[in-house]
Write a new protein. Structure first.
Ligand code: B1M
Length: 213
């Protein structure tokens, strides 16, 4: 669809205004929020990822594209989140220490909120002790860890060990995700769940609602 391609192009150009205008227009045209997200924003980010990998663009270009993506997501958020849903549980979420990638984590936050969870988003570059501290403070049901780098994925195990040391490992469900993460890796570090994307994260969280009720 022309408008969704345009959103993807604006994102690739790093135009916050272009993405915002495109997303607003798509909403006015009653295009489904999920379609705008997947065929507009995520399609654009996919191209950026490929170009980055092939050295066709560099960090500043990726950064402005990510900013444009986040700006579009802010507008889509209310559409993606169902209103008036009762809290299904508390999730402490963050990108692990050393890792600054937040686009996927933000998407996971939105989808979990959409599934009725109360999300405490700690942001990026979050040290293990912060996850523990917040999980204790809010009496979290789920701790969600995101990592996009092969150099930071092992930090997830550090968080799990910190939860164990703090004596709260059995009280929380640990869900992990991010581009380099696999179900095998999740099993290896003793995480409870691996989700390949934000919608799977929300489905899994929905399915485990009964366990934490
Ligand atoms: Co970076 N980066 N980056 N980057 N970056 C990747 C990850 C990379 C794969 C690019 C590449 O080489 N092809 C590569 C990692 C290679 C590796 O480790 N094997 C890489 C690199 C190398 C780097 C730097 C080291 C580059 C440098 O400085 N030389 C540097 C590291 C900085 C740091 O973190 N310390 C760096 C920096 C950056 C920017 C700051 C410029 C920017 C981030 C901006 C931001 O996030 N605000 C950036 C970006 C944007 C990317 C790519 C292009 C796109 C990531 C993204 O936003 N994807 C990425 C390439 C790629 O992934 N194709 C790349 C869109 C997003 C929707 O998907 O985040 O995968 P994703 O999230 C998905 C799933 O993974 C999952 O759900 C989401 C979708 O539904 N998911 C979860 C994520 N978290 C989850 C948690 C869950 C469940 C599911 O449960 C809790």
């Amino acid at each position: 669809m022309e408008l969704l391609n345009q959103i993807s192009e604006e994102l690739q150009q790093g135009s916050v205004e272009g993405v915002e205008n495109g997303v607003n227009k798509a909403i006015e045209e009653n295009i489904e929020a999920e379609k705008i997200l997947h065929e507009g924003l995520m399609a654009g980010m996919k191209v950026i990822g490929e170009k980055f990998k092939n050295d066709e663009i560099f960090v500043p270009g990726v950064l402005v594209a990510a900013r444009a993506m986040n700006a579009g997501m802010v507008i889509l958020k209310p559409k993606l989140i169902e209103s008036g849903v009762e809290s299904a549980g508390k999730v402490v979420l963050g990108t692990v220490k050393g890792d600054l990638h937040d686009v996927g984590k933000n998407l996971v936050a939105m989808m979990l909120e959409g599934a009725g969870f109360e999300v405490f988003d700690l942001g990026t570059d979050v040290p293990a002790e912060k996850f523990v501290e917040k999980a204790k403070e809010v009496d979290a049901d789920i701790v969600g860890l995101s990592a996009l780098l092969t150099t930071t994925m092992n930090e997830m195990e550090t968080v799990i060990k910190a939860l164990e040391e703090a004596g709260i490992r059995d009280e929380v469900i640990v869900m992990v995700g991010g581009a380099p993460i696999t179900s095998e890796f999740a099993e290896e570090i003793s995480a409870d769940y691996y989700a390949k994307d934000a919608s799977e994260a929300s489905t899994i969280a929905g399915n485990i609602k009964s366990k934490i009720a």
